[in-house]
Structure formats: structure tokens, C-alpha cells
Design a protein around this ligand. Structure first.
Ligand code: PLP
Length: 285
């Protein structure tokens, strides 16, 4: 059984218990991260912890852990759970209160929970070895603070479920202006005439760490132009390629959107080049 971290102790998952009065349980009042680790090497550890600290600051959870404290928990969990391909799930809720009351109590200790789960091997940049996603579309009905990686994921869950029930792998989301925001658990991109285009960072999307690493690597490598700008859903359907990214999946080519083939249902050459660049550079973050 996997060993988890809970409030200072390492213990088997079945022995990890939290109070039902935990505000994470009652209100979804918490912040989380997922850091991928391949053969014991984490991808993007520092930006993941920075994002979690930003999220805690945004919602007023005062934990005050150093990067080294998080590193020690992550390294210990990797050591205890094997150095395969792991997702490290890190979770800080505001803590357990004595009553159910919306206002945030000042005097409770945050609950810190972390566990690992198996993720697929890192994708390889090879068209014959990757599965192109088919995705649904849905009107983005989440809240206006999507930049916060909150544990309150019901909006995302319902959007993912919408696509899942149609037999698709993900759901692309669009706002009231018919502009692409992101996907239910990924950032989203189009490729048009060789340019990689992705919606800009704002309160409608999560600042994905994979997005950050990918855009940074592409800009440094220089052969594929990148634009961060508004993308309409017309542009999505008219795109040469569509991709989604997330930490445990890296860059995923999309071959069908809402039943309509993209690039004649074939994985594109720009994806191949981008995933090659990502695979080569990701461990530098
Ligand atoms: N957008 C949403 C809504 C997500 O839930 C995720 C990942 O969980 C992402 C984007 C991608 O973020 P990252 O690349 O940091 O995994």
C-alpha cells in the first residue's frame, strides 16, 4: 500500500485520517499541486511550489513552508513509493474548524496532505507511440478565479464528465465571447501556419507549469513562433493542429474537436517538433 504524508507523519494510505470538519472537506477550501516525477526526477518542482505558494497567498492560507520542506516531503514519498513514474499530489487545506462557518478562522493549523500515484511513462516524441485525443467542447461555467489551483474542482469535474460521457478524452472550454479558455484539466493551444497560439494568462485559466515550460523552451529554441493571445472557437475548428498540456501528460495532440477532425484526424508535425523540444528540456525546470 502506498505511503502518504499527513500533517508531519508518513503512514499507509488507509491509516491517514482527517476531521470531517476540515474546511477542505466542507468547503473545498484549499490549494493543491501535482508534480510529475520520472525515475525519481521531478519536472518543474520549483515553479510548482511557487504556484502553490501564490495560491495560498491569494486565499490567505498561512503555511510558511520553505521549498526545502516541500522537497523533503516529495523526496521521502518518492523513496517510500518507488522511483517509477509518479504524480506527487500536494494538498494544503485551511484546516479543521470546530464549527461550519464561512468566515476563515485565524487560529487553525492548515492540513497538509501528500500522496503519490502512478502516471504513464513520459510521452515520447513519436507519432506512432502517442494517442491523439478526441475532445468535446463546453461553455466554461466555472468561477472567475480559475488562476487559483483550488481543490474546489466541481466545475472542472462537471466539464470533464460532459466530455467523458461522450466518449472523449477531454473537454475544451469557451467563454461567453466564444473564446477558448482552457480544457477541464489542461491548458489548450492551436497551431496555425506554423505558429503556436495559446490564450493569455488571466483569471479564466490556470497558469499551467507545462505551459510555462513549453513556451519558455519554444522561445529559447526559436524555430517555432509562439503567441499568447485570444483564440476564438472558429480558430480552433480552423486550426492546423490543436494541443492540450498538463504535467502528467505533457503535450497531447488533439485529432478531433466536437466530432470534427483536426488536420484530417492526423497528429501534426509541429506537435512532433514541440514534444521533442519539451522532452529534451523539461528536466531543466
Ligand atoms: N488547467 C487546469 C484547469 C488544470 O487542472 C491543469 C492541471 O491540472 C492545467 C491547466 C495544466 O497545469 P499543469 O501544466 O501545471 O499541470
Amino acid at each position: 500500500m502506498s505511503i502518504v504524508y499527513l500533517n508531519g507523519s508518513y503512514l499507509p494510505m488507509a491509516e491517514a485520517k482527517i476531521s470531517p470538519m476540515d474546511r477542505g472537506f466542507l468547503f473545498g477550501d484549499g490549494i493543491y499541486e501535482v508534480v510529475p516525477s520520472y525515475g525519481g526526477e521531478m519536472v518543474g518542482f520549483l515553479p510548482h511550489i511557487d504556484r502553490m505558494n501564490n495560491g495560498m497567498a491569494d486565499i490567505g492560507i498561512k503555511l510558511g513552508w520553505s521549498h526545502d520542506q516541500w522537497k523533503s516531503v516529495c523526496d521521502t514519498l518518492i523513496e517510500k513509493n518507488g522511483t517509477g513514474n509518479l504524480g506527487l499530489y500536494l494538498h494544503v487545506s485551511r484546516g479543521a474548524d470546530t464549527k461550519r462557518f464561512h468566515a476563515c478562522p485565524e487560529d487553525i493549523e492548515p492540513t497538509v496532505f501528500a500522496f503519490t500515484y502512478d502516471i504513464p511513462p513520459a510521452p515520447v516524441a513519436d507519432k506512432s507511440k502517442v494517442m491523439g485525443y478526441k475532445v468535446a467542447i463546453d461553455h466554461d461555467l466555472r468561477w472567475k478565479r480559475c488562476h487559483i489551483k483550488s481543490t474546489a474542482l466541481l466545475g472542472n469535474v462537471l466539464h470533464f464528465q460532459h466530455g467523458y460521457e461522450q466518449g472523449t478524452n477531454e473537454t475544451l472550454l469557451y467563454n461567453d465571447k466564444n473564446e477558448l479558455t482552457e480544457a477541464s484539466a489542461c491548458n489548450a493551444y492551436i497551431v496555425k501556419d506554423g505558429v503556436v497560439i495559446t490564450p493569455p494568462l488571466d483569471n479564466q485559466i490556470l497558469a499551467g507549469i507545462t505551459r510555462h515550460i513549453l513556451l519558455d523552451l519554444l522561445r529559447k529554441e526559436g524555430s517555432i513562433p509562439v503567441e499568447e493571445r485570444v483564440v476564438t472557437m472558429e480558430e480552433v475548428f480552423d486550426a492546423d493542429e490543436v494541443w492540450v498540456t498538463s504535467s502528467s501528460k505533457e503535450v497531447v495532440p488533439v485529432i478531433e474537436v466536437d466530432g470534427k477532425p483536426i488536420n484530417h484526424g492526423k497528429i501534426g508535425d509541429v506537435w512532433l517538433a514541440a514534444q521533442t523540444i519539451y522532452s529534451a528540456g523539461k528536466l531543466n525546470y
